[in-house]
Design a protein around this ligand. Structure first.
Ligand SMILES: C[S@@+](CC[C@H](N)C(=O)[O-])C[C@H]1O[C@@H](n2cnc3c(N)ncnc32)[C@H](O)[C@@H]1O
Ligand code: SF4
Length: 298
């Protein structure tokens, strides 16, 4: 029977790290990525590690249920504390990603953050981000997240055009992500990101410009623009294989990337990483920068 494990050495059960990983650690910032592997529905293009309620039921309990996920994840943070021993570093950044973290109640995300606080402490200026789906937040939940200590939020917008959202199988209506930015600002979030996707089958240059304009007009201080990748095993890949929708074209992607940089630069967003633009240096995603600069992250 083929092994379900990927190639290579499995992680030791006690989480132990090799001495080489710990050497010089004091010189590097320490970051935490907390993954929340749940979504209400799976978008046709997405191959992230995430499960819908039906998939959880189908697992017959093999997957952690949403109800006790914060506790399971906090256990992992306590394991990190054990492994890192008396390492004095506090968390420079925490990024809660998904899946859709905001499918869990704000109190559960707050509990996960509390576990980092208790075990490691948060640096005074720590950047604390959560991703969110525009369908899964409202003014009250955003206020609760801010209260729990989140100071940055990232919404999946993808497009302002209804027909593009339909091909991507997004569930939110055009306009909802922009409204989320206003709600997040009202809740006190200083840093707000919108994720966009370009090159979706059926999207025109003008559709893409309209999405960029709508994103900018909403007033985020950060925009991520990703080229649509047709990932193996997704519904989108099956539709491309059956000839129902065309494979996104590399030249179209390249043109849309230039359109993005032009529109975002004109609106005061500076390009600082392959797919990321920010209105100022403090608006850059520090967590992302720590990945690129070889910081430690758990
Ligand atoms: C974890 S999701 C963001 C939060 C939330 N789950 C949502 O979708 O609204 C991360 C982002 O990755 C991008 N993404 C996921 N799969 C992609 C793909 N196949 N091609 C391009 N971008 C993709 C989307 O822009 C998405 O917003
Ligand atoms: S794009 Fe976001 S909402 Fe859609 S399936 Fe992926 S993680 Fe879930």
């Amino acid at each position: 029977m083929p092994s379900a494990l990927p190639d290579g050495e499995p992680v030791p059960a006690d989480g132990a790290l090799p001495a080489s990983a710990l050497a010089g650690a004091a010189e590097r910032p320490l970051a935490f990525y907390l993954h929340v592997p749940y979504c209400a529905t799976r978008c046709g293009y997405c191959d992230f590690n995430t499960y819908t309620a039906a998939e959880l039921r189908g697992s017959g309990g093999a997957l952690a249920s949403r109800d006790n996920y914060a506790e399971v994840l906090s256990e992992e943070i306590r394991l990190a504390r054990k492994v890192l021993g008396d390492d004095p570093r506090q968390a420079a950044t925490v990024f809660v990603g998904g899946g859709t973290p905001t499918l869990l109640p704000p109190a559960a995300l707050g509990a996960m953050l509390d576990a980092v606080r208790q075990e490691f402490g948060l640096a005074q200026d720590a950047e604390v981000t959560t991703e969110a789906n525009p369908d899964s937040v409202d003014a009250a939940s955003l206020a609760a997240l801010r209260e729990a200590g989140f100071n940055r939020i990232s919404f999946g917008m993808q497009s302002a055009r209804r027909h593009v959202l339909a091909v991507l199988e997004r569930t939110h209506t055009p306009g909802r992500p922009e409204a989320c930015v206003a709600e997040a600002r009202a809740a006190g979030f200083e840093h707000v990101n919108l994720d966009l996707i370009y090159g979706t089958p059926g999207e025109t240059d003008d559709d893409w410009r309209a999405s960029l304009d709508a994103a900018v007009a909403a007033g985020p201080d950060h925009v991520s623009a990703y080229s649509l990748i047709v990932e193996d095993g997704t519904r989108l890949a099956a539709r491309v294989r059956r000839g129902e929708v065309p494979m996104p074209d590399d030249d179209v992607h390249a043109d849309r990337y230039l359109i993005a940089d032009e529109a975002l630069s004109a609106a005061g967003f500076g390009w600082y990483e392959i797919s990321n633009w920010a209105t100022s240096e403090p608006a850059r995603c520090r967590h992302n920068e720590l990945y690129w600069t070889g910081a430690d992250w758990w």
